[in-house]
Design a protein around this ligand. Structure first.
Ligand code: F6P
Length: 535
């Protein structure tokens, strides 16, 4: 690491060790703080003031970003350089939503490829919708070939839209068992979504569903099969008609692929205009990310706040709390985008990282989260920074419900910040006429430490445009963190070992098979499974 980057890191860590570094309430005494720590990017307002990032800390963090060359790295990504060094690939999901002629990868015009596919997808959607023969679309895929489109379809689908979308991801046969009864094969279009077209779970489910189609429709079932993949040879071998294959390139990472052919289920279910607006929304955030200076660049600022929490203050997790039921799968999508990208223990150069990297990300929509895990955020031992996503205007007429929803989202952020001290708690219990002994016994249980960080993201409404902006914001935040931590945010070697071991274990679970060499725990479990399954 360059000397200046080391010095910048030392400065950040030094500030984090100062007394009171984690305190937020004293910073709030500054009446200008809320405005000064709020940024707008496109339609998104982000309030970072309820964190302990002070002016001095922000300055040090921005210095670190400059020393680490984050924006220069961003430009290298946009130029199509092979920044995914362990796989020798460019990282060009921005090209998927960019204008014609904007992006090149290696010697080729990436944008031309993208727009050709978009045109084919648009024509296909137009045909399917005008024929009106299909009512349901089943997307078979997992990870990035499932989470992004599923999240978006759930967020954007409204009654009256062209088709219903279903997402089959888990190899657990119960998933298909539960889904198939609601489907009429004659009216169902099946998309096999897999970048590699080799993922075991997806291919197992693809065979199940293809058999189901063939059993019901015979030869005619071919017209029901669509493939979304980079592996055109494998899609051909699987029997998908060539005109029903929509491709993309290896410079699209799986967890960044919802903007590619992998998003076809969203376009089919919600309509082409919705999908186009989703891309345009993401493009709007790209433009912000590509042009805003460091101190105004929202993805970078969110990355820096996260680095402060993870490396400075030692907070190992983060909660994502969308106050919108339609964003129910947003935390799950972010889990892959963030944890598969940033769950890394070596630098780009292959050396152990000096400091913690990606935090554990989890979440659920509010208000449900308040009745499950928020207790730990308020009174647990280690602070968990929370991203609170609020939508100002709902798409329903139940005004009172929506005000309650917003009130709760705001209240959680306020409660995390201000906490509750002994005098307040005592006064409340005294007003209830409780005895002094009972008050003293209960007091420690009812105290809230406060000073717990949150970032509030406020969107005017949830539609394709704002959702595109929101998702792209997090994608770029991840990019910035990868650059700050000097890790490759675009590979995922950590998922390989489990896949290989599952492949080796599979034959050992056949009736009468003998277990191979394993640790004693695994050997005993295999034997017990055989016993329980009667084989
Ligand atoms: O197992 C991890 C992973 O490789 C993800 O990165 C990817 O999104 C997912 O599997 C699915 O891969 P594919 O689209 O190739 O089926």
């Amino acid at each position: 690491m360059a000397h200046s980057a080391e010095a910048a890191w030392d400065r950040v860590i030094g500030l984090a060790r100062e007394a009171g570094a984690a305190s937020i309430r004293p910073l709030m005494a500054d009446p200008s703080r809320a405005a000064r720590f709020t940024r707008r990017a496109g339609d998104i307002l982000a309030d970072l003031s309820k964190t302990s990032v002070s002016d001095t800390v922000l300055e040090a963090l921005l210095e670190l970003a400059r020393a680490r060359g984050v924006l220069a790295a961003r430009d290298a990504m946009a130029r199509g350089e092979a920044i995914n060094t362990t796989e020798g690939r460019a990282v060009l999901h921005m090209a998927l939503r960019g204008p014609r002629g904007a992006f090149r990868a290696g010697g080729e015009d990436a944008s031309a490829e993208v727009h050709g596919t978009l045109e084919a997808m648009r024509a296909f959607c137009g045909r399917i919708h005008s024929e009106g023969r299909f009512t349901d679309v089943v997307n078979i895929g997992i990870g990035g070939s499932d989470l992004g489109p599923q999240m978006a379809a759930r967020a954007l689908w409204r009654h009256g839209m062209p088709m219903r979308a279903h997402y089959l991801s888990n190899v657990d046969g119960h998933a298909w068992e539960a889904m198939r009864h609601g489907l009429d094969p004659a009216r169902t279009l099946v998309l096999v979504a897999s970048k590699t077209f080799t993922t075991a779970e997806t291919m197992a489910n693809a065979h199940l569903v293809r058999d189901w189609l063939r059993g019901a429709l015979g030869e005619a079932s071919d017209a029901h099969l669509v493939a979304l993949s980079t592996n055109l040879k494998a899609t051909r071998e699987f029997g998908v008609p060539e005109e029903q294959v929509f491709g993309f390139r290896d410079w699209v990472g799986g967890r960044f692929s919802m903007w590619s052919a992998i998003g076809l289920s969203v376009a089919l279910a919600c309509g082409w205009d919705v999908f186009a607006a989703l891309l345009a929304g993401a493009r709007r955030m790209d433009e912000h990310f590509l042009s805003a200076p460091e101190a105004e660049n929202l993805p970078l600022l969110m990355a820096l706040a996260e680095l402060w929490h993870v490396d400075g203050l030692g907070y190992p997790s983060r909660a994502v709390l969308p106050y919108d039921e339609r964003l129910a799968r947003f935390p799950a999508h972010l889990q892959q985008v963030e944890m598969e990208s940033l769950g890394k223990r070596v630098t780009l150069g292959g050396l152990p990282v000096a400091r913690p990297t990606g935090p554990v990300v989890f979440g659920e929509p509010g208000t449900n989260s308040q009745h499950s895990f928020m207790q730990l955020l308020h009174q647990g031992t280690t602070p968990v920074p929370a991203d609170i996503v609020l939508i100002a205007n709902p798409d329903h007429g139940f005004e009172e419900n929506h005000r309650q929803l917003l009130a709760n989202g705001l209240a959680q952020a306020e409660a995390l910040l201000r906490g509750r001290d002994a005098s307040e708690v005592r006064a409340e219990m005294e007003a209830k006429g409780m005895s002094p002994e009972a008050i003293e016994a209960l007091l420690p249980h009812r105290l809230f430490p406060g000073d717990r960080p949150s970032t509030t993201l406020l969107l005017p409404r949830l539609d394709a445009g704002t959702l595109g902006q929101l998702v792209a914001l997090y994608e770029h935040k991840v990019f910035c963190l990868g650059a700050l931590w000097n890790v490759n945010a675009f590979d995922q070697w950590g998922v390989e070992l489990g896949k290989q071991l599952a492949g080796a274990l599979l034959p050992e679970l056949a009736p009468g098979a003998r277990p191979g060499p394993h640790d004693p725990s695994t050997t005993a479990l295999i034997a017990e499974i055989h016993r329980l399954r009667g084989g």
